[in-house]
Design a protein around this ligand. Structure first.
Ligand SMILES: Cc1cc2nc3c(=O)[nH]c(=O)nc-3n(C[C@H](O)[C@H](O)[C@H](O)COP(=O)(O)O)c2cc1C
Length: 137
């Protein structure tokens, strides 16, 4: 199985999460600025929320991809106030015709005093479990 990991991360939370996914799978994560040219079975894609929005770079990245080269997309993300950035990430990829996994991963991501310290070790441990589950299916 071939995997790729991409993230958009303003404060490093999604990047840290992508590192955890990458360590679990033995794959080097890259930001959405790095094009994805190889065929992959699963693309892991992560981002946070800013003023209730996922950054437009995620959509720009999705537009560069070929649905024939990416079999499945798995979404992850973090935020401080809302439920999750995942519904927006999911919509971006589904609108482009990608097969997006039903399962996704969300944890809290600090915003000033809100959820300070997150994502933390417990979040990363849960993300490791989630990642293993995604590649077992
Ligand atoms: C300026 C700013 C705006 C934010 N807006 C929201 C928001 O609207 N809703 C929310 O749940 N979290 C919000 N957050 C929290 C971020 O989504 C959270 O810190 C996330 O972990 C950032 O991920 P990143 O570092 O990978 O970009 C905001 C954070 C900042 C600094």
């Amino acid at each position: 199985m071939n995997y790729a990991i991409r993230y958009y991360s303003k404060f490093g939370h999604s990047e840290q999460m992508a590192q955890v996914v990458g360590e679990t799978l033995g794959v080097k994560p890259e930001s959405v600025e790095t094009p994805l040219t190889e065929d992959v079975d699963i693309l892991f894609i992560g981002a946070g929320l800013f003023l209730a929005k996922v950054n437009g770079r995620v959509k720009e990245f999705a537009r560069t991809l070929d649905t024939k080269k990416v079999k499945k997309v798995v979404c992850f993300g973090s935020c401080a106030l809302s439920d999750s950035p995942v519904p927006q990430i999911r919509q971006i990829f589904e609108e482009q015709g990608f097969n997006v996994a039903v399962d996704s991963f969300t944890c809290r991501g600090a915003m000033g005093p809100w959820h300070a310290g997150h994502p933390d070790e417990e979040d990363f441990a849960a993300l490791r479990v989630f990642t293993k589950k995604m590649v077992e299916n």
